[in-house]
Design a protein around this ligand. Structure first.
Ligand code: M6R
Length: 378
């Protein structure tokens, strides 16, 4: 039921605070403090011990939005847990797998648990590992919203994202829940491998627990603004989304959302790559959305946005509070948070922007043309 919302997608965007809360509550021990950190790990993921044993690498296969969540996951696993992580498109990996690596976890990320390419890539991985010694065994995980799915039946262990059923074809709440699952996994591994100090662990946990309220705040303050902004692009044919570091995947996700439901051509780029090609596309008709979330790459993204401005691009900034920059024609403001947590907040205004542009154009937001909720064919 849409419960008064015009579309399931909008309802699902609004459900994100409670989805994040549920997912965090499932995996975080709220009584943990850095002072009693000797006693236990604050994360209750309960993976089998052999999954952690001598772990050297993580390999992730996924498609579409789940692939974007996996790219954020790579950042977290490498920066927090110090584990080299490789993210592959499942449709590519199944025909060109990387050489076998021992002591490696392979994770299939799929909200539906039924995506044919992801299932086939994992099946291939399972089979080729089965004839190898035990350093290759029992290391296949799934991150999914449906543990009862085909994926759930074929992996050694499932991490449930607890997002609840998602009906809109454009993934929103399941994306955010997948990213939360990666925080949980990265923190769990970091705690065990001691690649994080207890006080930093506590800092990140506290930050995570504030995300639901902060998402609510964004929806409350930015949704009316975004609804109006959407009316300014009735004939726009192209959009560019720029992000860097942990928010580069959010640029990809913002672009994918827009193209899926509004049929506007959109590209997501790492902001520093723009000058290597896409800058040639820019003129006054191409809006550029720059995700400048503060933290280590803030100045860099701002200077990349300036390069776009110099080509007359119409600039929209996704910015943290108190970082107003005059060059942006429009700003979508989110609470200022630790850089490592920023993707969860940055994606919210982009979901709303794509929703309102598509709905303003009168399109079938929940059932966009040529797309299915789960792609069960190759
Ligand atoms: O069910 P999955 O997560 O495996 O689906 C993967 C993609 O098909 C999916 O994310 C697709 O890109 C969505 N329509 C994105 O909104």
């Amino acid at each position: 039921e849409k419960q008064g919302y015009r579309h399931f997608m909008l309802k699902e965007i609004h459900e994100q605070p409670s989805v994040v809360r549920t997912c965090l509550e499932a995996y975080i021990n709220p009584d943990w403090h850095s002072q009693n950190s000797d006693e236990e790990n604050p994360i209750t993921l309960n993976l089998k011990p052999e999954i952690y044993e001598d772990l050297e690498h993580i390999q992730i296969v996924a498609c579409g939005t789940s692939w974007h969540a996996s790219l954020v996951g790579k950042y977290l696993l490498e920066q927090i847990a110090q584990i080299p992580t490789f993210v592959q498109y499942a449709s590519e990996y199944r025909y060109a797998p990387s050489p076998m690596m021992r002591n490696t976890i392979t994770i299939g990320v799929t909200q539906s648990g039924e995506t044919a390419d992801t299932i086939a890539a994992l099946e291939m991985e399972r089979q080729r590992r089965s004839s190898c010694d035990r350093t290759y065994q029992a290391r296949i995980l799934g991150i999914t919203n449906r543990p009862e799915s085909t994926l759930g039946g074929m992996v050694d262990q499932v991490i449930n994202t607890y997002a609840g059923i998602e009906i809109g074809v454009a993934a929103t709440k399941t994306f955010v829940a997948q990213v939360i699952a990666f925080y949980i996994l990265a923190l769990d591994l970091a705690g065990r491998r001691k690649t994080i100090t207890p006080s930093r662990m506590e800092e990140i946990l506290k930050g995570l627990l504030q995300l639901p309220t902060q998402i609510e705040q964004i929806i409350h303050s930015e949704e009316p603004k975004i609804r109006d902004l959407a009316h300014q692009f009735p004939d726009t044919k192209d959009f560019i989304f720029l992000g860097r570091g942990i928010n580069f995947p959010i640029a990809l996700e913002g672009a994918l959302k827009l193209k899926e439901i509004s049929y506007i051509h959109a590209e997501g780029y790492p902001a520093g790559e723009m000058k290597h090609g896409p800058i040639a596309l820019l003129d006054a008709h191409v809006p550029v959305v720059a995700i400048a979330m503060g933290g280590s790459v803030y100045e860099k993204v701002i200077s990349n946005a300036q390069e776009a401005k110099a080509r007359d691009a119409r600039l929209i900034g996704v910015l943290p509070q108190n970082h107003h920059e005059d060059m942006f024609q429009d700003t979508l403001i989110v609470p200022e948070v630790d850089e490592i947590l920023s993707p969860i907040l940055a994606v919210i205004p982009l979901q709303l922007l794509s929703y309102y542009i598509a709905s303003m154009r009168g399109l079938d937001v929940d059932q966009p043309r040529n797309l299915a909720k789960s792609v069960t064919v190759e």
